[in-house]
Ligand binder design. Structure first.
Ligand SMILES: NC(=O)C1=CN([C@@H]2O[C@H](COP(=O)(O)OP(=O)(O)OC[C@H]3O[C@@H](n4cnc5c(N)ncnc54)[C@H](O)[C@@H]3O)[C@@H](O)[C@H]2O)C=CC1
Ligand SMILES: O=C(O)C1=N[C@H](C(=O)O)C[C@H](O)C1
Length: 273
């Protein structure tokens, strides 16, 4: 029998970590070989399945990512920016595919992934769902078809524990809209309006972030003109859509040439971009 790729999940106790461990337990295409949490976490040293309140998996949660990653074929990483940079170096050393779902990375932090991508496959995306990646393509097309009479606003809503804003997805959508218009997002980005902001600047792309309850992730791209509005919307109601995308990326990356990729590559949608 052929052995399926062995996957390490970092941030194992997190919302996405738990989802991925559940998905891997049911997968016949990949299997769990490691679970990493931050030092001092009370899951360290416990079987990850038992820590989740279920059956034992035979995988003990560790705070030593080097030991875990050395024996895997892929790392699926939904943690925090500083941790992701550490895991990128270790995945590169092990020539393991590194699937990065972590958002909130600065441009400087993203640039710091480049040395790792010379040695291993990195797939990074602010959203791993098929639906959002299709929305990115639609957003670029609609923005290209409309002129600046249409004000572009990206509105996102997430649960009350999310620590970064705008969301990684909102930024992907903003980048796509800016790209469609032939401008750089950095030159037209308008985030965090509050107080006497003055009238809206023509051509700017606005961002609004809602945080509340257990909202999984909702994104609207609004094109608002005098007399009409077009709204492109994605609603995620189950984190499994991100988890399934991440596992797909880990499998897609096996045997591929080192470099930085995104979900449009994984989903075969690059030609439509
Ligand atoms: N790209 C995508 O499709 C998606 C991205 N995300 C992003 O993934 C990240 C995590 O999201 P959640 O799971 O909701 O957060 P969470 O806070 O529930 O989980 C993060 C986990 O990472 C762990 N962690 C932090 N530093 C660590 C370290 N140095 N070593 C090991 N573990 C460490 C934390 O202890 C925590 O358990 C966020 O940046 C979020 O925006 C979330 C969902 C989908
Ligand atoms: O933190 C989350 O939960 C999510 N984060 C990603 C983002 O920042 O866009 C993806 C998804 O919306 C859920």
């Amino acid at each position: 029998m052929t052995q399926t790729p062995g996957i390490v999940i970092t941030g194992a106790s997190g919302r996405m970590g738990r989802m991925l461990i559940e998905l891997l337990a049911r997968s016949d295409q990949a299997h769990l070989v490691g679970a990493v949490e931050r030092a001092g976490h009370d899951w360290i040293g416990r079987d990850v399945g038992e820590a989740m309140g279920g059956a034992p998996t035979g995988v003990t949660v560790t705070d030593d990512p080097l030991e875990a990653i050395a024996k895997c074929q892929a790392v699926i990483d939904f943690t925090a920016p500083a941790a992701t940079l550490e895991f990128a170096a270790l995945a590169a050393q092990a020539r393991a595919v590194h699937v990065i779902g972590t958002t909130g990375m600065t441009d400087d932090q993203i640039a710091m992934l480049e040395p790792a991508a010379r040695h291993a496959v990195i797939v990074r995306a602010g959203n791993m769902s098929l639906g959002v990646n299709l929305l990115v393509l639609l957003t670029r097309r609609v923005a290209a078809a409309l002129d600046e009479d249409y004000d572009i606003e990206v509105i996102e809503a997430h649960h009350n524990q999310k620590v970064d804003a705008p969301s990684g997805t909102a930024l992907m959508l903003g980048e796509a809209a800016a790209d469609g218009r032939g401008v750089a997002l950095a030159d037209v980005r308008d985030s965090g309006r509050d107080g006497m902001t003055g009238a809206r600047t023509r051509g700017h792309i606005g961002f609004s972030a809602i945080r509340g309850g257990d909202i999984v992730g909702e994104h609207d791209v609004m094109f608002a003109a005098a007399g009409e509005r077009i709204v492109l919307r994605h609603v995620a109601s189950d984190r499994a859509v991100f988890g399934r995308g991440a596992i797909k990326a880990a499998l897609w990356g096996q045997g591929r040439r080192p470099g930085e990729y995104d979900m449009l590559d994984v989903l075969g949608l690059k030609d439509l971009a």
